[in-house]
Design a protein around this ligand. Structure first.
Ligand code: ADP
Ligand code: MG
Length: 687
């Protein structure tokens, strides 16, 4: 019944089924899970006379008339007048002239209007209200009035009342067939409403409390399914047969490292070494703020794998970063007799062919590259370790592709995008997580200034001063998302601008359209201090490491997101000198101002991530990583933390109790997971 096409529900039919499909509703079950976006308490309406300025209310009134006026600046204002027994109120729209006609046609009809009350000496007004006509309903209980009423996300071709009717019908027909997939022991432990009751209450709540309980039950289910899939996956990884790699890595590292490890690095390397020693493949995420020294952890893992006779692959999101890793790792590992190769898209066909041959024949121990590593004809002789740097830049599929080039290789992913714990649980619940929560000694927090565009000259005068002291600087051109070519042009333009402004400064240019050889050349010159000021596109954002650079100037900084700004700033403050980040921006939106404000207030990546989440909402945070996993429709990962943690705890417990969900009380759950999330759980052995 639940999986039947929606058109068999009373009141739907062929045509409306098409309309519903635009909302992602295809089956009867989809309809039940089409949740209201809010609820309106229409059990009692406030009288117009009793409304208070600033409050959000729904009022019930009769349409009297509608008028429009045009201001001197050409703004069209439509005002509709409605009344109830106590008084009149105005509903106002701007630049929607057609509203006049619509409301004239509604004269004498009842409507419900919802919005924020503006009360002044001219009367009571609601600007841009949400509203709907209270259509007369035949039959029994009203779905529109005298109750807490659901307000649904809609699309053209269906009204609130029609949606309410369809969903109400669906509930009547389907409730007896709804089975609860949450195992009884969990329902009891967490005092969850039965599913059928929760579904009824979420649509047509009988009280605010029962709505809250229903929501909790359904939020729990969303988190629980997600956490269960992640927990099953994690268990699966852990059961896979891997290899046991053991080597005294600290002893050998000490021989080549120019510094001593921080305690945090030591701890994380121990965790990695421990994972690799176990007979199952490692699946670990290393989180650490920019500059915390994640690369060394990668080096340690590589040393272990190579010394045990395996090849390693390290994938980075940009060519510049791959090249830098190649240089840094070569400096450290070459003296130990380890052979490294680079494989990036910009190499000539011939160069690539040669490198691929070395990889296939096992003539190279470590391959460092970009997406180019994923190409089909890249074959390893015996790949034992896969490392993915700046992993948020890659999708799950890409991680899987690289992994499949070996036989259950150890997997290490690294990210500098620190995410709050709850989000980490939601997104990376199938990985073990290590955190480098300490910066190398002697680092000073970067001082950040926000400078309006009118003071741009001041910013570059400051840059010149720093360069005179022997330091180096970056200038990042405005972000242009349309095309790589336009982005490169913006960088060129900035470079020639600055050449005029700072004639005594040696300027270099770096952008994505340059050949890899050219890029390498520029980066080398910058590292060798033959360039004072490196003008770049935002590609510089990830991973570049030149400790003598102490100033980062970001043009039109308001165009960047917080995470990106934080990454860019992370390019400086890597040495012992005081570093600076100058954000040049004259932002228009409040949101952009807020971002810049946050940047000047803190250097703490975790705080920035939290702010970012609060400003942007969780949606964008997921990116491709979330692909194929259950949606969170009701759940809010910021506010429902407690429910998330309960769900995670229960999911882990369930997997321990019944690793393949084969107990009778878990069969339904296994079946449901298969049906709903087939793609995401392809390789899971359950049910
Ligand atoms: P990220 O975590 O951003 O990838 P990197 O691995 O690039 O950081 O390291 C940042 C800089 O800090 C590099 O110049 C690196 O050589 C240096 N570094 C890393 N660990 C230490 C340490 N324990 N002591 C001193 N410098 C370190
Ligand atoms: Mg790095």
């Amino acid at each position: 019944m639940l999986k039947n096409p929606v058109r068999y529900i009373k009141g739907v039919g062929e045509k409306r089924a098409f309309v519903l499909s635009k909302l992602g509703i295809h089956t009867a079950q989809d309809l039940l899970y089409h949740f209201p976006r809010r609820w309106e308490d229409r059990r009692h309406f406030k009288k117009i006379r009793e409304l208070v300025d600033g409050e959000k209310v729904a009022i019930l009134g009769r349409v009297l008339d509608a008028e429009s006026t045009v201001t001197r600046k050409g703004l069209v204002i439509v005002k509709a007048v409605i009344d109830d027994v106590s008084g009149v109120a105005y509903l106002t729209w701007f630049n929607q002239p057609y509203m006049k006609k619509r409301f004239k046609a509604l004269r004498g009809k009842r409507i419900v209007a919802y919005g924020t009350v503006k009360k002044n000496r001219f009367g009571v007004e609601i600007e841009n209200p949400e509203w709907e006509e209270v259509e007369e309903e035949e039959g029994k209980e009203s779905l529109n009035l005298g109750r807490i009423v659901p307000i649904y996300p809609l699309t053209e071709g269906i009204s609130q009342l029609q949606m309410r009717k369809i969903i109400s019908n669906a509930l009547d027909i389907l409730t007896p067939t709804i089975v609860d997939i949450i195992p009884p022991w969990i329902r009891e432990k967490r005092k969850l409403l039965p599913l059928s009751q929760a579904l009824r209450e979420i649509h047509f709540p009988t009280s605010a409390q029962s709505l809250a309980q229903a929501r909790r039950r359904l939020v729990y289910e969303e988190f629980f399914l997600l956490q269960l899939i992640l927990a099953l996956r994690q268990k699966e990884y852990k059961e896979e047969k891997g290899r046991s790699l053991e080597f005294d890595v600290f002893g050998e590292l000490e021989k080549v490292l120019p510094f001593t490890l921080t305690n945090a690095q030591r701890k994380v390397i121990e965790e990695v070494a421990n994972d690799m020693k176990k007979g199952h493949p490692m699946n670990r995420l290393i989180q650490g703020d920019v500059g915390s020294g994640k690369t060394i952890v990668a080096v340690a893992a590589i040393l272990i794998a190579v010394r045990c006779g395996y090849q390693c692959a390290l994938m980075a999101p940009t060519e510049i970063l791959a090249e830098q890793h190649f240089i840094v790792l070569s400096n450290l590992l070459f003296p130990l007799g380890i052979k490294l190769s680079l494989l990036v898209g910009g190499m000539t066909q011939k160069e690539k062919q040669m490198t691929k041959k070395l990889i296939a024949e096992g003539e190279t121990d470590v391959v460092i590259g970009t997406h180019a590593l994923l190409e089909e004809d890249v074959e390893f002789k015996n790949l034992g370790l896969v490392i993915i740097d700046e992993q948020h830049r890659f999708g799950v599929m890409q991680r899987a592709t690289l992994r499949q080039k070996g036989l259950n290789p150890e997997v290490l992913v690294m990210t500098a995008t620190p995410i709050p714990r709850t989000l980490a649980l939601t997104v990376y619940g199938d990985l073990d997580i290590s955190i480098i929560d300490e910066l190398p000694p002697g680092r000073r927090p970067v001082k950040t200034f926000w400078v309006p565009k009118s003071k741009r000259k001041w910013a570059y005068a400051f840059v010149r001063e720093e360069i005179k002291k022997g330091r180096q600087a970056y200038a990042v051109c405005p972000l242009i998302e349309e095309s790589e070519k336009l982005q490169a042009e913006a960088a060129e333009k900035l470079a020639s601008d600055l050449a005029r402004l700072l004639p005594d400064v040696r300027i270099g240019l770096l952008h994505g359209q340059m050949r890899p050889k050219e890029k390498e050349q520029i980066m080398r010159e910058f590292r060798d201090k033959k360039i004072d000021l490196l003008v770049s596109t935002p590609v510089i954002e990830v991973g570049i490491d030149v400790p003598n650079a102490t100033v980062m100037v970001i043009e039109d900084a308001d165009r960047f997101g917080l995470a990106q700004l934080h990454q860019l700033r992370g390019r400086v403050g890597r040495g012992e000198e005081q570093s600076y980040c100058i954000l040049i921006a004259t932002p228009r939106s409040e949101e952009a101002k807020r971002r810049l404000q946050v940047m000047t207030e803190t250097n703490d990546g975790f705080r920035i991530a939290e702010e970012d989440l609060a400003i942007r909402g969780p949606g964008e945070f997921f990116g491709t990583r979330q692909h194929g996993l259950p949606d969170l429709k009701l759940a809010n990962i910021l506010k429902d933390v407690k429910i998330l943690e309960e769900a995670r705890e229960d999911a882990l417990e369930l997997v321990v109790q019944d690793p393949h969900l084969r107990k009778p009380e878990h069969r339904l759950l296994a079946k449901e997971i298969r049906e709903r999330f087939g793609d995401a759980i392809e390789m899971l052995d359950i049910g």
